[in-house]
Design a binder for this molecule. Structure first.
Ligand SMILES: [Zn+2]
Length: 297
Protein backbone atom coordinates (compact mmCIF):
# COMPACT_ATOMS: atom_id res chain seq x y z
CA UNK A 1 0.00 0.00 0.00
CA UNK A 2 2.96 2.31 0.45
CA UNK A 3 4.23 1.88 -3.11
CA UNK A 4 4.12 4.37 -5.95
CA UNK A 5 0.40 4.39 -6.31
CA UNK A 6 -2.63 6.17 -4.94
CA UNK A 7 -5.37 4.43 -3.05
CA UNK A 8 -8.64 6.14 -3.96
CA UNK A 9 -11.61 4.96 -1.93
CA UNK A 10 -15.32 5.66 -1.86
CA UNK A 11 -17.99 5.61 0.79
CA UNK A 12 -21.70 6.37 0.55
CA UNK A 13 -23.31 6.94 3.92
CA UNK A 14 -20.99 5.59 6.64
CA UNK A 15 -21.49 6.18 10.35
CA UNK A 16 -19.23 8.73 11.99
CA UNK A 17 -17.55 5.92 13.94
CA UNK A 18 -16.63 3.85 10.89
CA UNK A 19 -15.48 6.83 8.86
CA UNK A 20 -13.37 8.21 11.70
CA UNK A 21 -11.77 4.84 12.48
CA UNK A 22 -10.75 4.55 8.82
CA UNK A 23 -9.27 8.08 8.77
CA UNK A 24 -7.43 7.43 12.05
CA UNK A 25 -6.00 4.15 10.71
CA UNK A 26 -4.75 5.89 7.54
CA UNK A 27 -3.22 8.73 9.56
CA UNK A 28 -1.57 6.38 12.08
CA UNK A 29 -0.08 4.42 9.20
CA UNK A 30 1.44 7.53 7.67
CA UNK A 31 -0.67 7.95 4.54
CA UNK A 32 -0.59 11.25 2.65
CA UNK A 33 -4.08 12.56 1.92
CA UNK A 34 -4.66 14.03 -1.55
CA UNK A 35 -7.51 16.11 -2.94
CA UNK A 36 -8.61 15.65 -6.58
CA UNK A 37 -6.91 18.98 -7.36
CA UNK A 38 -3.65 17.54 -5.93
CA UNK A 39 -4.08 14.49 -8.16
CA UNK A 40 -4.87 16.66 -11.16
CA UNK A 41 -1.67 18.67 -10.68
CA UNK A 42 0.36 15.45 -10.33
CA UNK A 43 -1.02 14.48 -13.76
CA UNK A 44 -0.67 17.83 -15.52
CA UNK A 45 2.75 18.64 -14.06
CA UNK A 46 3.94 15.08 -14.63
CA UNK A 47 5.13 14.80 -11.04
CA UNK A 48 6.06 11.46 -9.45
CA UNK A 49 3.34 9.70 -7.47
CA UNK A 50 3.73 10.23 -3.74
CA UNK A 51 4.34 7.11 -1.66
CA UNK A 52 1.41 5.89 0.41
CA UNK A 53 -1.12 8.40 -0.84
CA UNK A 54 -4.85 8.15 -0.33
CA UNK A 55 -7.83 10.02 -1.82
CA UNK A 56 -11.10 9.84 0.08
CA UNK A 57 -14.44 10.22 -1.68
CA UNK A 58 -18.13 9.66 -0.96
CA UNK A 59 -20.89 9.25 -3.55
CA UNK A 60 -24.46 10.59 -3.82
CA UNK A 61 -24.52 13.38 -1.20
CA UNK A 62 -26.30 11.71 1.74
CA UNK A 63 -27.86 13.95 4.39
CA UNK A 64 -25.71 12.57 7.23
CA UNK A 65 -22.46 13.14 5.33
CA UNK A 66 -22.31 16.58 6.91
CA UNK A 67 -22.11 15.29 10.49
CA UNK A 68 -20.43 11.94 9.77
CA UNK A 69 -17.86 12.82 7.09
CA UNK A 70 -17.35 16.56 6.90
CA UNK A 71 -17.07 16.98 10.69
CA UNK A 72 -14.40 14.24 10.75
CA UNK A 73 -12.51 15.72 7.79
CA UNK A 74 -12.48 19.12 9.50
CA UNK A 75 -11.41 17.63 12.84
CA UNK A 76 -8.55 15.58 11.35
CA UNK A 77 -7.74 18.17 8.69
CA UNK A 78 -7.88 15.75 5.77
CA UNK A 79 -9.35 16.44 2.32
CA UNK A 80 -12.50 14.60 1.24
CA UNK A 81 -14.57 14.81 -1.94
CA UNK A 82 -18.33 14.37 -2.04
CA UNK A 83 -19.90 13.58 -5.42
CA UNK A 84 -23.44 14.89 -5.38
CA UNK A 85 -26.49 13.94 -7.47
CA UNK A 86 -28.48 17.15 -7.73
CA UNK A 87 -32.02 15.86 -8.31
CA UNK A 88 -31.96 14.07 -4.93
CA UNK A 89 -30.84 17.31 -3.28
CA UNK A 90 -33.83 19.09 -4.79
CA UNK A 91 -36.38 16.31 -4.30
CA UNK A 92 -35.02 14.63 -1.17
CA UNK A 93 -34.68 10.96 -2.18
CA UNK A 94 -32.71 8.76 -4.59
CA UNK A 95 -34.61 6.87 -7.32
CA UNK A 96 -33.91 3.39 -5.93
CA UNK A 97 -35.55 4.31 -2.62
CA UNK A 98 -38.94 4.42 -4.33
CA UNK A 99 -38.66 0.70 -5.10
CA UNK A 100 -39.54 -0.19 -1.52
CA UNK A 101 -42.91 1.53 -2.01
CA UNK A 102 -43.83 -0.46 -5.13
CA UNK A 103 -45.14 -3.46 -3.20
CA UNK A 104 -47.54 -1.37 -1.07
CA UNK A 105 -48.84 0.30 -4.23
CA UNK A 106 -49.16 -3.08 -6.00
CA UNK A 107 -46.88 -1.88 -8.79
CA UNK A 108 -44.94 -4.68 -10.40
CA UNK A 109 -41.41 -3.49 -10.99
CA UNK A 110 -38.10 -5.28 -11.63
CA UNK A 111 -35.40 -5.40 -8.94
CA UNK A 112 -32.88 -2.57 -8.64
CA UNK A 113 -30.15 -4.73 -10.22
CA UNK A 114 -32.36 -5.34 -13.30
CA UNK A 115 -33.33 -1.68 -13.57
CA UNK A 116 -29.64 -0.85 -13.84
CA UNK A 117 -29.43 -2.86 -17.06
CA UNK A 118 -32.36 -1.45 -19.06
CA UNK A 119 -32.61 1.70 -21.18
CA UNK A 120 -32.83 4.81 -19.02
CA UNK A 121 -36.18 5.95 -20.49
CA UNK A 122 -37.80 2.69 -19.40
CA UNK A 123 -36.34 2.90 -15.88
CA UNK A 124 -37.45 6.52 -15.47
CA UNK A 125 -41.00 5.70 -16.61
CA UNK A 126 -41.25 2.86 -14.08
CA UNK A 127 -39.88 4.94 -11.20
CA UNK A 128 -42.07 7.93 -12.09
CA UNK A 129 -45.14 5.75 -11.74
CA UNK A 130 -44.21 5.12 -8.10
CA UNK A 131 -43.12 8.73 -7.53
CA UNK A 132 -46.57 9.96 -8.54
CA UNK A 133 -48.13 7.90 -5.75
CA UNK A 134 -45.56 7.70 -2.95
CA UNK A 135 -43.35 9.92 -0.87
CA UNK A 136 -39.95 8.99 0.52
CA UNK A 137 -38.36 10.82 3.44
CA UNK A 138 -35.37 13.03 2.76
CA UNK A 139 -32.11 11.10 2.36
CA UNK A 140 -29.93 13.59 0.51
CA UNK A 141 -28.37 16.80 1.75
CA UNK A 142 -30.31 19.99 1.23
CA UNK A 143 -29.04 22.87 -0.91
CA UNK A 144 -28.24 24.73 2.34
CA UNK A 145 -26.11 21.80 3.56
CA UNK A 146 -24.22 21.68 0.25
CA UNK A 147 -23.58 25.41 0.50
CA UNK A 148 -22.38 25.04 4.07
CA UNK A 149 -20.03 22.06 3.61
CA UNK A 150 -18.56 23.49 0.41
CA UNK A 151 -17.12 26.32 2.50
CA UNK A 152 -14.83 23.89 4.37
CA UNK A 153 -11.29 24.01 3.02
CA UNK A 154 -11.17 20.21 3.36
CA UNK A 155 -14.21 19.53 1.18
CA UNK A 156 -14.37 19.30 -2.60
CA UNK A 157 -17.80 18.94 -4.18
CA UNK A 158 -17.87 16.89 -7.37
CA UNK A 159 -20.50 15.91 -9.93
CA UNK A 160 -22.47 12.64 -9.87
CA UNK A 161 -25.08 13.53 -12.55
CA UNK A 162 -28.49 15.09 -11.95
CA UNK A 163 -30.78 12.04 -11.65
CA UNK A 164 -28.21 9.28 -10.97
CA UNK A 165 -28.92 7.20 -14.11
CA UNK A 166 -26.65 4.44 -15.34
CA UNK A 167 -25.00 6.60 -17.99
CA UNK A 168 -24.30 3.84 -20.52
CA UNK A 169 -28.08 3.23 -20.66
CA UNK A 170 -28.81 6.88 -21.56
CA UNK A 171 -29.42 8.41 -24.97
CA UNK A 172 -26.73 10.87 -26.05
CA UNK A 173 -28.72 14.01 -25.21
CA UNK A 174 -29.67 12.58 -21.82
CA UNK A 175 -26.00 11.97 -21.06
CA UNK A 176 -24.99 15.55 -21.92
CA UNK A 177 -27.94 16.94 -20.01
CA UNK A 178 -27.12 14.89 -16.89
CA UNK A 179 -23.51 16.07 -16.85
CA UNK A 180 -24.27 19.67 -17.72
CA UNK A 181 -27.32 20.33 -15.52
CA UNK A 182 -25.70 18.88 -12.39
CA UNK A 183 -22.49 20.86 -12.99
CA UNK A 184 -24.41 24.11 -13.39
CA UNK A 185 -26.56 23.55 -10.31
CA UNK A 186 -23.60 22.62 -8.10
CA UNK A 187 -21.62 25.63 -9.35
CA UNK A 188 -24.58 27.92 -8.60
CA UNK A 189 -25.01 26.44 -5.10
CA UNK A 190 -21.32 26.43 -4.12
CA UNK A 191 -19.97 29.37 -6.12
CA UNK A 192 -17.07 27.09 -7.12
CA UNK A 193 -16.11 25.39 -10.37
CA UNK A 194 -17.11 21.71 -10.42
CA UNK A 195 -14.16 19.91 -11.97
CA UNK A 196 -14.37 16.29 -10.86
CA UNK A 197 -16.88 13.50 -11.32
CA UNK A 198 -17.80 9.98 -10.20
CA UNK A 199 -19.81 7.65 -12.49
CA UNK A 200 -23.09 6.52 -10.90
CA UNK A 201 -22.73 2.79 -10.17
CA UNK A 202 -19.21 3.08 -11.61
CA UNK A 203 -20.40 2.33 -15.17
CA UNK A 204 -19.04 4.18 -18.19
CA UNK A 205 -18.02 3.82 -21.81
CA UNK A 206 -15.75 5.77 -24.20
CA UNK A 207 -18.71 8.08 -24.90
CA UNK A 208 -18.99 9.16 -21.24
CA UNK A 209 -15.26 9.92 -21.04
CA UNK A 210 -15.48 12.09 -24.17
CA UNK A 211 -18.54 13.96 -22.89
CA UNK A 212 -16.89 14.74 -19.53
CA UNK A 213 -13.85 16.10 -21.32
CA UNK A 214 -16.00 18.25 -23.60
CA UNK A 215 -17.96 19.66 -20.66
CA UNK A 216 -14.86 20.70 -18.76
CA UNK A 217 -14.56 18.00 -16.11
CA UNK A 218 -10.92 17.22 -15.27
CA UNK A 219 -11.03 13.86 -13.48
CA UNK A 220 -13.57 11.03 -13.33
CA UNK A 221 -13.66 8.09 -10.93
CA UNK A 222 -15.12 4.63 -11.51
CA UNK A 223 -15.71 1.88 -8.96
CA UNK A 224 -13.21 -0.54 -10.39
CA UNK A 225 -11.27 -1.79 -7.35
CA UNK A 226 -7.65 -1.10 -8.29
CA UNK A 227 -5.00 1.32 -7.16
CA UNK A 228 -4.05 4.33 -9.25
CA UNK A 229 -0.57 3.83 -10.66
CA UNK A 230 1.39 5.51 -13.45
CA UNK A 231 -0.59 3.61 -16.13
CA UNK A 232 -3.95 4.79 -14.72
CA UNK A 233 -2.85 8.43 -14.86
CA UNK A 234 -2.67 8.30 -18.66
CA UNK A 235 -6.48 8.54 -18.75
CA UNK A 236 -7.89 10.84 -16.04
CA UNK A 237 -11.48 9.82 -16.92
CA UNK A 238 -11.30 6.25 -15.64
CA UNK A 239 -9.61 6.44 -12.27
CA UNK A 240 -10.27 3.31 -10.20
CA UNK A 241 -11.46 3.38 -6.57
CA UNK A 242 -11.97 0.87 -3.80
CA UNK A 243 -15.41 0.72 -2.20
CA UNK A 244 -15.61 0.58 1.57
CA UNK A 245 -18.28 -1.79 2.80
CA UNK A 246 -20.34 0.11 5.31
CA UNK A 247 -21.27 -1.91 8.39
CA UNK A 248 -18.23 -4.20 7.92
CA UNK A 249 -15.28 -4.19 10.31
CA UNK A 250 -12.29 -1.96 9.76
CA UNK A 251 -10.23 -5.17 9.44
CA UNK A 252 -12.39 -6.38 6.54
CA UNK A 253 -12.15 -3.02 4.86
CA UNK A 254 -8.38 -2.97 5.21
CA UNK A 255 -8.41 -6.34 3.41
CA UNK A 256 -10.51 -4.78 0.64
CA UNK A 257 -8.17 -1.82 0.34
CA UNK A 258 -5.05 -3.94 0.31
CA UNK A 259 -6.53 -6.18 -2.38
CA UNK A 260 -6.74 -9.36 -0.30
CA UNK A 261 -10.33 -9.87 -1.49
CA UNK A 262 -9.60 -9.23 -5.16
CA UNK A 263 -8.91 -12.83 -6.29
CA UNK A 264 -12.25 -13.81 -4.71
CA UNK A 265 -14.13 -10.92 -6.25
CA UNK A 266 -12.97 -11.81 -9.75
CA UNK A 267 -14.73 -15.18 -9.44
CA UNK A 268 -18.06 -13.40 -9.24
CA UNK A 269 -17.87 -11.32 -12.42
CA UNK A 270 -21.19 -11.17 -14.23
CA UNK A 271 -21.55 -13.03 -17.54
CA UNK A 272 -21.90 -10.94 -20.71
CA UNK A 273 -25.03 -8.81 -20.51
CA UNK A 274 -28.07 -10.04 -22.36
CA UNK A 275 -29.05 -7.61 -25.13
CA UNK A 276 -32.24 -5.67 -24.62
CA UNK A 277 -34.44 -5.86 -27.74
CA UNK A 278 -34.40 -2.20 -28.86
CA UNK A 279 -31.28 -1.31 -26.99
CA UNK A 280 -28.76 1.29 -27.88
CA UNK A 281 -26.85 0.76 -24.66
CA UNK A 282 -23.28 1.95 -25.05
CA UNK A 283 -20.72 -0.77 -24.89
CA UNK A 284 -19.24 -0.21 -21.45
CA UNK A 285 -15.55 0.20 -20.69
CA UNK A 286 -16.48 -0.74 -17.16
CA UNK A 287 -19.58 -2.08 -15.45
CA UNK A 288 -19.54 -2.84 -11.75
CA UNK A 289 -19.71 -6.56 -11.07
CA UNK A 290 -21.87 -8.63 -8.77
CA UNK A 291 -19.60 -8.49 -5.74
CA UNK A 292 -19.36 -4.72 -6.03
CA UNK A 293 -23.12 -4.30 -6.25
CA UNK A 294 -23.05 -4.35 -2.45
CA UNK A 295 -21.11 -1.15 -2.65
CA UNK A 296 -22.38 0.76 -5.64
CA UNK A 297 -25.29 3.12 -5.96
ZN1 LIG B 1 -24.03 7.01 -6.59
Amino acid sequence: MKGNHILAMYFHNPSKKEFESCIKWLKTNGFTFLSPDDLHSIITENRPLPKGAVLITADDGWRDNESNLVAVADKHQVPITIFVSTEAVEEGAYWWSYLDKAKDLKINIPAKSSLKLIMNDKRVALINEIKRQAKVERQAMTVEQIQKISKSKYVTIGGHTHTHPILVNCRREQLYNELDVSKQKLEAWTGKEIKHFAYPNGDFSEREMRALNELGYKLAFSSEPRQIGIAELSNPYCLPRFGLLEGASLAENICRMTGVWKPLMLKFRLPELAKDENTTIESPVYRSNKSESLLTS
